[in-house]
Ligand binder design. Sequence first.
Ligand code: GZL
Length: 312
Amino acid sequence: GASTAPTTETSASPAPEQTDKQITLGFSQVGAESGWRTANTQSIQDSAKEAGIELKFSDAQQKQENQIKAIRTFIQQKVDVIAFSPVVESGWDTVLKEAKDAGIPVILTDRAVDSSDTSLYETFIGSDFVEEGRRAGTWLVEQYKDASEDINIVELQGTTGSAPANDRMAGFAEVIASNPKLKIIASQTGDFTRAKGKEVMQAFLKAHEDIDVLYAHNDDMALGAIQAIEAAGLKPGVDIKIISVDGVKDGFIAASEGKINFIVECNPLLGPQLMQAVKDVVEGKEIPKRIVTEEGVFTSEDAKRELPNRKY
Ligand code: GZL
């Protein structure tokens, strides 16, 4: 449908004791598609307030053209720094060159771009999605090391063209290749949402009656798939093993109930690192081109124990 203008809101100004020039940050967010995204947005907004940085925040509703519009608006507003989480990897060079020509530094968070010109951004703060895929594959290889017959896997991919979808798919495939009995019999995008994850899992269940494993690129799609699996009279985590990525509250709850067997954490709390990078860039400090976020893995047992400590 027609793309609606991205929403932009400005947070309250910081404490009055700020003496040096107040920094204005323009942030273009992917959307509000998942629990991970909600936690990520909260972290960015809270951290901007704590850092005394004025935040101009735009929600692109998962449309690249809205992100490009928002970045152009930030350039016109002459913000000090632009940061964004690119919904897909490609198609950013033109608008990033416009920011560079306007002398406005750009910081990538969460997802990467495939621009060959790395002078177009100061740093990329986010997870190693290939490693996340490898961690998912490693658990599965261990689970089925003694399998005597084929293990049929279906895969719910994230948003088509996004770095997490591309890389989680690649890392997983790389590791499970060590056991030819591990077969991906279907792989399709669920766009990181519960609704689409449920819909695609319903289609998988209709097309294949012998599914052993679901690998979902995020908890929200896994939670949608669980609804479809239960509606089909099957037990998630038992009849169909489920591996998921993110580790949001609802994912941990499902894992503690044994409905998800293994969660690969993807840390959304990037706000503090982003604000530190913004300050360093404004002060002209050298910052690393790549800042990788810390994150772990959790079995159902781990999730049961850790659930009370989860912050989002
Ligand atoms: C990963 C992030 C992904 C999450 C999804 O860093 O880009 O997008 O895994 C979210 O939940 O929608």
